[in-house]
Design a binder for this molecule. Structure first.
Ligand code: SAM
Length: 297
């Protein structure tokens, strides 16, 4: 990370520059006003009002969510595993302090409990203040919030009898408090914390344009632990290159991750702006060069 927070605002433009993660390219958003900037115990946090994307949450200099395009991320990371599972009842969200994933999880009538494990309470509080459209489900009857390191939480779950049907890792990028989520040991803990037909999904922090080899290694690490590990993606204009990859894995090798095995009800579908069963399947289809590099080389 070169610079963080408000140092990245120059001449009224926020610049996301991360030479390690995204060398040689960046993202710019025009700033109307800075709403918050400080360093929490865990990370640098900036919230600003942009002229084109509503309020924007930035952690350690990297855009996490904007009001205008967040649904493309939250809906896909949530509904792909939930509709690929025949009866998801217990859901765990690691990270996700902006609340957008929780908002999507509780749309599923069959889900009886949704636990969110967020390391940084400041993110939750700021989301409630500045991103109310995302942070609207923290007080839902099915929701429990734990303020803890997600890796540590999972280690305790793996050593206990507690098991989940779906686990969603909605973390920040690997440089910072989320570093451990991109390693093989994390996939092993996820595997232990799942029921037999369980499914996990994690944001891959990259896409095919940025670092194909990194994605290939991540799919390999996940595939060394899970019998099924696949890459899919969603399109989000305010993530560098406009796409974000997701790694989805199943504990049962017969699970068909690429298709929704349940249709959303009419009520559920009416609450979704990005997800539908056609885009669920389409999100696994890769361009030829990327498919070969990830799966065949
Ligand atoms: N959608 C975003 C993206 O990929 O750009 C990520 C969402 S953001 C809400 C990720 C959250 O993960 C942050 O609130 C951060 O505090 C949390 N997080 C990072 N490391 C964590 C850890 N070790 N345990 C739990 N939460 C963590």
């Amino acid at each position: 990370m070169d610079t963080v927070g408000s140092e990245l605002i120059e001449d009224g433009w926020f610049r996301e520059i991360n030479e390690k993660g995204f060398p040689g390219q960046g993202l710019m958003l025009k700033v109307e006003r800075v709403l918050y900037h400080s360093r929490s115990e865990f990370q640098d946090i900036l919230v600003f009002q942009s002229s084109a994307y509503g309020n924007v949450l930035v952690l350690d200099g990297i855009v996490q969510a904007t009001e205008r395009d967040e649904f493309a991320y939250q809906e896909m990371i949530t509904h792909i595993p939930l509709y690929a599972h025949k009866n998801p009842r217990k859901v765990l969200v690691i990270g996700g302090g902006d609340g957008g994933v929780l908002r999507e999880v509780v749309k599923h009538k069959g889900v009886v409990s949704a636990t969110l494990v967020e390391i940084d309470e400041t993110v939750i509080k700021l989301a409630q203040k500045y991103l109310p459209g995302m942070a609207c489900s923290f007080n839902h009857a099915k929701v429990q919030v734990k303020l803890q390191d997600g890796f540590e939480f999972l280690r305790n779950v793996a050593a206990s009898d507690e098991r989940y049907d779906v686990i969603i890792t909605d973390s920040s990028d690997p440089e910072g408090p989320a570093e451990a989520f991109f390693q093989k040991e994390y996939f092993e803990l996820l595997h232990s914390a799942l029921n037999d037909n369980g499914i996990v999904i994690a944001q891959a922090s990259e896409n095919v344009w940025l670092n194909l080899d990194y994605i290939r290694e991540l799919v390999k690490s996940a595939g060394a632990v899970f019998p099924r590990a696949q890459y899919c993606y969603t399109t989000v204009p305010t993530y560098t290159s406009g796409q974000l990859g997701l790694i989805v894995c199943a504990k049962n090798k017969k699970s068909d991750l690429e298709h929704a095995i349940r249709e959303p009800t009419i009520e559920e579908q009416s609450q979704m702006r990005y997800y539908n069963t056609a885009i669920h399947s389409a999100s696994f289809i890769l361009p030829t060069w990327a498919y070969h590099r990830i799966y065949k080389s």
